[in-house]
Design a protein around this ligand. Sequence first.
Ligand code: NAD
Length: 344
Amino acid sequence: MLLQNFQPHNVLITGGAGFIGANFIHYLLKHNKTVNLYNLDCLTYAGSKDYLMDLPESQRHYFIQGNICDAALVIAILQRYHIDTIVHFAAESHVDRSISGPAPFIQTNVVGTFTLLEAAKQYWQVEKKWQENHCRFHHISTDEVFGTLKKEDEPFSEKTPYAPNSPYSASKAGSDHLVRAYWHTYRLPMTISNCSNNYGPFQHPEKFIPTIIRACSTGQPIPIYGDGSNIRDWLYVEDHCAAILTILEHGQVGETYTIGGNTELSNLALATKICGLMDQYVPQKQPHHTFIQFVSDRLGHDWRYAINHTKITETLGWQPRHSIESGLRKTLDYYLPMPFSQNI
Ligand code: NAD
């Protein structure tokens, strides 16, 4: 397989104090021994510098507290640190919050992405006059931009039309379209990835899997939306990080890649699986699954997401390495040794 090669040197990571961004920083410092990372994060409720403790080779990581919507700050960072690569994670990311208050989603996800694209165009193309192979903008997106699937539908792929259903997914779809347009119009060298649900260390307590683990370990009811039949595909976060690095180094400029874990599970099946593991890790008098409690469904709740990742597998050689069991065990190893009040 003949692959393109791009070598990042000075990388701006946005949202690197959040769940996936922090995991990516750990992963990149471990797997690339020369790259310098500049982590721009404004530390919303979802970000924490605690996730960046114990970094391998931390002298190659620089934290900058600031907002991606601050155009003057973003261009100053590109110029000062000679940024040749942007990996853009920063986003408002929780669907429930987008339903109760969509404004920050439009601001960060749409306006923030636009601000980064404008700064990259100005610095790379106007000031440096770099060619396509000297710089790269990788945009992290979600499978939620494709809307919802019925049971019999084919999984999402790069060819699936966009049909976002929540303010969150609509704002992510808007940002994807902007990134694509900057390639089509200005030839700003970009790649996009649309990934399914991630799980693993550093995830915010409000998300589904940390909520189940916390409820299990404190003997609280385990809340499941509706009847628990909604289906998601799950990917261990380290496998997502490996996919992002693969795209960055070998992906085709102007292309989109869908990324998934081959693990379609209903919310009820996933919760039951975690309860089974918790029965081994933290045995209680009653099996943990007896604490499952169905709660009112989320408004406009998408029924099923699934991913066909043939393109990245066949063209770049990436595939998920963790099964749901091995990924969940690593996740529990992270959350369980420490007191829950600190961790989740
Ligand atoms: P997260 O909410 O855990 O982290 C987001 C980070 O961005 C936080 O550290 C926050 O402080 C920072 N941030 C938010 N607004 C900012 C702003 N205006 N300026 C600077 N920093 C800002 O999110 P996550 O789960 O790590 O998701 C990262 C990216 O991956 C998002 O773009 C999301 O859409 C995408 N994604 C997530 C999943 C998932 O399962 N979590 C799946 C597919 C795609």
